[in-house]
Write a protein that binds this ligand. Structure first.
Ligand code: ATR
Length: 280
């Protein structure tokens, strides 16, 4: 059997090998999934090698967008989002790319909060890779409104234009995260707040917006795409709001990749244990 890989720069921290190998082992298919440190300048050489030697690979930072020109086929939603995290190498060496990040977020919201996406009002803080990779999928799943707050307003406006073009019925608004009046108004009408900046990984990081806006009585559930417990999640819990971190998103995006590659049902419990480093 050919191997699978996750490529990134850095890649050492990736939990994908533990999670994916737990799934392969569940089906007695060995441990074919490896980590590969691929720097930006090495992507072309890696792709040529992958065509001959791999069955599939995941892309993480900084390759999710850069991989696209190398692919023979990209699904339209991933192309609109300019973000691919799952590549299948076909028998003839051609490459098909898609993104499972949006599905991962959808399942994380569903399993943590048990609320429907259809008709929901969603607010993203941050418009980088995470928001691009997931917002098109949420739009496709029938959310009514997407509000985008980003420090660099032009990036929020660019993403908003693309979302509107791909989803004619969708309402999209933009603002700066420092505009607390607008955020307070948005939060009063938000079902899901998605923290999608890179802030919160380090204790010294500034808050991505005024956390005093997370008040008791809001109807919104708060999700942080970061894997750890973050100040945003702690403040949300203090305010009595439902809150969850990025672990479930990581789990379900990986589960979908496994299903795309193998056609087998993802063994979720085994994958969760593998992701958390508890697999035997
Ligand atoms: P990733 O792939 O991790 O999403 P990214 O694409 O560089 O990384 O996006 C990082 C996100 O965090 C962006 O929304 C970024 O805001 P800008 O678009 O203005 O750069 C946000 N971010 C990072 N550092 C920030 C900071 N110190 N203050 C506010 N937002 C920040």
């Amino acid at each position: 059997m050919r191997n699978y890989a996750v490529i990134g720069d850095p890649v050492g921290h990736s939990r994908s090998p533990g999670m994916q190998n737990a799934a392969f082992e569940h089906y007695r298919l060995g441990s074919p999934y490896v980590k590969r440190h691929v720097r930006p300048g090495e992507l072309g050489a890696f792709v040529e090698e992958a065509r001959r030697t791999l069955a599939g690979f995941n892309c993480t930072v900084p390759h999710k967008s850069a991989i696209i020109p190398y692919l023979d086929e990209v699904d339209p939603k991933a192309l609109a989002a300019s973000s691919v995290n799952t590549v299948t190498v076909r028998e003839d060496g051609t490459l098909a790319g898609t993104s499972t990040d949006g599905y991962g977020l959808e399942m994380a919201l569903e399993t943590n909060f048990g609320r429907p996406l259809a008709g929901a009002e969603v607010c993203f803080i941050g418009c980088g890779g995470a928001a691009h990779a997931t917002s098109f999928h949420l739009a496709e799943r029938g959310v009514r409104t997407i509000r985008l707050a980003n420090r660099t307003l032009s990036k929020a406006e660019e993403l908003a234009e693309k979302l509107r073009a791909a989803n004619p019925g969708l309402a999209v608004e933009t603002a700066l995260p420092s505009d607390s009046d607008t955020l307070a108004r948005w939060f009063a009408a938000t079902d899901f707040l998605i923290q999608a900046t890179s802030l919160g990984l380090r204790e010294t990081d500034p808050a991505p917006f005024d956390l005093g806006l997370l008040r008791p009585g809001l109807r919104m559930a708060v999700f942080d795409t970061i894997y750890l417990d973050t100040p945003v999640l702690r403040k949300a819990r203090q305010a009595g709001l439902p809150a969850a971190g990025g672990a479930a998103m990581l789990l379900y995006q990986g589960a979908k990749s496994f299903e795309i590659w193998t056609g087998l049902a993802a063994p979720i419990d085994a994958m969760r244990a593998g992701m958390e480093g508890n697999s035997s």
